[in-house]
Design a protein around this ligand. Structure first.
Ligand SMILES: Nc1nc2c(ncn2[C@@H]2O[C@H](COP(=O)(O)OP(=O)(O)OP(=O)(O)O)[C@@H](O)[C@H]2O)c(=O)[nH]1
Ligand SMILES: [Mg+2]
Length: 258
């Protein structure tokens, strides 16, 4: 990270929300040249990506496995491991290095319930934070309100941690293949975040899909990467040419005109 600018992404979310699934799916898409708008440039952690994506490859006799990824456990309970990915944007050739941590959901729970944030210190260098949310819980009437409140609490914790200067937040709602979040729900979520003095963009994704005819596996991930990087800057023209306006220099000519 010392030699190049790296876009660090903070990835938070409850256990089983789909954090690892997003990373595994991102890797599978890019390695099959299917991430719209982006091409693969390099990765220093191919083995780690292979490890998290392996589950998705172990198809049992043509049947989709029950679990595509396994619960994340880290050997070091104090620091996350980062996955590295260098991607090139097709539209303008910009190359972006991402550092993507795959952390267990318990770390997010510990932040919300007990404000344990030391091991999330790395997020201070993050440009963007993904808050991964299980779309099934958000669609479930009984679980919805509790989940929205907890996302609000998480946002409030982040506000404290960053002393009001939170990086851009993206709420990544998984399971779009089976549960589509209606605008009423996203509106409530946005209002809760506003109440906590924050705001976020909401993106629906389906890293894997149980309904591949309707929603393809990897749905929304290209958009997630687009939003993570942000729009290409409109560069102003360096030196605008302007027509000479008559009498513009009248002040300089002032004495001469006398
Ligand atoms: N069909 C479908 N399955 C998904 C989707 N997102 C996640 N899953 C599955 O949900 C399960 C849990 O996802 P993970 O990515 O392992 O969850 P996690 O957030 O990393 O959980 P921890 O590591 O325990 O914190 C896995 O079996 C995934 O395959 C989705 O959009 N659609
Ligand atoms: Mg995980």
């Amino acid at each position: 990270m010392g030699s190049r600018y790296v876009n660090v992404v903070g990835i938070l979310g409850d256990p089983e929300s789909g954090k690892t699934a997003c990373l595994a799916s991102l890797y599978l898409l890019i390695s099959h040249a299917k991430l719209v708008g982006w091409t693969f440039a390099d990765s220093r952690s191919l083995t780690a990506f292979e490890d998290i994506a392996r589950g998705a490859r172990d198809w049992n006799q043509g049947q989709v496995p029950e679990q595509m990824t396994v619960h994340t456990e880290l050997s070091d309970d104090h620091r996350p491991g980062f996955l590295h990915l260098r991607l090139k944007r097709v539209s303008d050739g910009r190359v972006v290095d991402f550092a993507l941590p795959d952390i267990p959901g318990e770390w997010t729970q510990a932040l919300v319930t007990s404000a344990i944030s030391e091991r999330l210190e790395y997020m201070k260098s993050a440009e963007v934070i993904w808050i991964v949310v299980d779309g099934r819980s958000l669609a479930d009437i009984e679980k919805r309100q509790g989940l929205i409140v907890r996302i609000g609490q998480l946002a409030a914790r982040l506000n404290t941690m960053f002393e009001g200067q939170i990086p851009r937040m993206l709420i990544v709602v998984t399971h779009h293949d089976t549960h589509v979040i209606d605008s009423g729900v996203s509106h409530r979520l946005s209002k809760e975040l506003q109440r906590r003095g924050t705001n976020a963009e909401i993106i629906s994704v389906a890293p894997f899909s149980n309904q591949p005819d309707d929603v393809k596996a990897g749905h929304g991930l290209a958009e997630l990467i687009d939003c993570t990087v942000g729009k290409p800057l409109e560069r102003p023209i360096f030196w605008k040419s302007s027509e000479v306006v008559q009498n513009e220099r009248s002040y300089l000519r002032y004495r001469r005109n006398l």
